[in-house]
Design a protein around this ligand. Structure first.
Ligand code: SF4
Length: 470
């Protein structure tokens, strides 16, 4: 079978974003003898590619907020070409009812490495593919819903992601930063995150799993042998979840500078020391909200202000750069709560604070909270905008909070601006200008402060081209 993935992985901020989920699927499919291709969703290139390879399956990995773009694209392609369209990823997992959309043939839920192989095998052998686990199918007789396959409890049994799939893209092949993931699942239950729902889909199963340190290092070495690996980005939700694992990792890891995500409430002196020993150069940790009620009752973070400040202090002490993550415009919050978040960041002094405006996705706990408080302007997920652009909620001082989101990182970098913050955010006619400042400041900080490396002339050219064409 020929499987074509359509995915946007070249990115104007990071040069490219490794689509690890697709690369894991590709490794499993290739091992089973199938041919796998990938293409960016640019219509003219895509049409040529589909004519050239005539794929049996066209597959998409969707995130909520970007799903409508791919559904529209797929509908156009289905009018011109013959293939089975398969949708997976977080959006398909939480909204499998998207199967009813025009042009959608199959939707895969959860982790699909072995079930997608099973689907391709059944199609190739002309067996009844409508019984493939994890998948919903649209048929003339209605929707067929199959049960979920059990999760693989031992992640070491899963093949390394097939990075060769992207080798024909020189921006990827020559990149000096590569992404990895060492775990699947998260034990926490933040109200705005789909993790809680995902966990509920697998009752009684081992949901939080981690690869062995040796397995992870095997992958790092494999990447280093083939590519120019100068920085590693570990994508795990919580890299510091297990101190014994971290201790073994710090002892064995080949000291290639890396970035990871940590939970502030799990950060202590020993954690910071181990991260430093392993050559961690930067971390991301979530503050989300400065106000205790918003952080713990509404966002359900289960974390104190003291733990957050302590985490920042330890990272400073061990000279590990850090990004904080913050959410403004939360349900039941006031502008003063968002200013409290700014003030907590001013205490923590991150190298860069990422700031978003809450987008309560349907089926999350926070969606129910917003609904109970009658705070929705748009309940239609198709109309939800990027969480860096606007809020979907009816909240007081909305325009001021949008301005605050644009100016937040600049105020944290230049704290003397704090005393002018109310004056600045009330200048509603400057929103576009603030947006421009934000779109320059953000990539500048990410490249120079968070994963600091000198850009080559080629990388500067690629980034400039992406900014002009995206
Ligand atoms: S810690 Fe992160 S991944 Fe885990 S539930 Fe909270 S937001 Fe989701």
């Amino acid at each position: 079978m020929k499987i074509l993935f359509i995915n946007k992985f070249l990115d104007k901020h990071t040069i490219y974003r490794t689509p690890l989920g697709i690369l894991y699927l590709s490794a499993a499919l290739k091992k089973a003898g199938h041919q796998v291709f990938i293409c960016e969703p640019k219509r003219e290139i895509l049409a040529k590619k589909i004519k050239e390879i005539a794929p049996d399956i066209v597959a998409y990995s969707l995130r909520t907020g970007f799903h409508r773009y791919y559904l529209d694209l797929n509908r156009e392609l289905k009018k011109r070409f013959q293939f089975l369209s398969v949708f997976g990823g977080p959006h398909a997992t939480f909204f499998p009812e998207m199967i009813k959309e025009d042009g959608v043939d199959a939707v895969g839920l959860g982790e699909c490495e072995s079930s997608l192989v099973d689907l391709a095998n059944r199609l190739e052998r002309k067996k009844n593919y409508l019984e493939t686990k994890n998948f919903w199918f649209k048929t003339d007789a209605g929707i067929v819903k199959n049960p979920l396959e059990k999760l693989e409890p031992d992640l070491d049994k899963i093949l390394f992601p097939d990075r060769a799939l992207l080798d024909s893209f020189k921006e990827v092949r020559l990149s000096r930063i590569h992404n990895l993931i060492t775990s699947r699942g998260c034990p926490y239950n933040c109200s705005y995150c789909f993790n809680r729902q995902l966990k509920q889909m697998y009752p009684g199963e081992k949901y939080v799993r981690r690869r062995s340190v040796d397995n992870v290092i095997g992958e790092v070495k494999q990447i280093a042998e083939k590519y120019n690996l100068e920085r590693v980005h570990f994508e795990d939700d919580t890299f510091n979840i297990d101190k014994d694992w971290l201790s073994e990792f710090a002892a064995k890891y080949p000291k290639i500078p890396f970035k990871c995500n940590i939970r502030g409430n799990l950060a202590d002196e020993e954690t910071a020391r181990l991260l430093k020993k392993a050559n961690c150069i930067s971390v991301t940790f979530a503050i989300e909200a400065g106000n205790d009620r918003i952080r713990n009752k509404i966002l359900q973070r289960n974390m104190t202000k003291e733990q957050i400040i302590n985490c920042a202090w330890l990272l400073k002490k061990y000279r590990i750069r850090f990004i904080t993550e913050n959410i403004l415009a939360n349900p039941t919050s006031a502008l003063s709560d968002d200013i409290e978040t700014l003030d907590l960041n001013l205490i923590c002094q991150p190298d860069y604070p990422t700031v978003s405006l809450l987008q309560p996705y349907p089926k999350t706990e926070i969606f129910k909270i917003a609904l109970a408080n009658n705070q929705f302007e748009k309940e239609d997920i198709d109309k939800i905008e990027s969480f860096f652009k606007n809020s979907a909620l009816k909240i007081p001082n909305k325009e001021e909070r949008v301005n605050l989101q644009r100016l937040f990182a600049i105020v944290v970098a230049f704290p003397f601006l704090r005393r002018f913050i109310y004056f600045l955010i009330h200048r509603k006619r400057l929103t576009l200008f603030y947006g421009l400042l934000y779109s320059i400041w953000r990539p500048y900080c990410l490249v120079t402060k968070i994963m600091p490396h000198r850009l080559t002339p080629k990388e500067i050219f690629w980034l400039a081209r992406r900014y002009l064409t995206d």
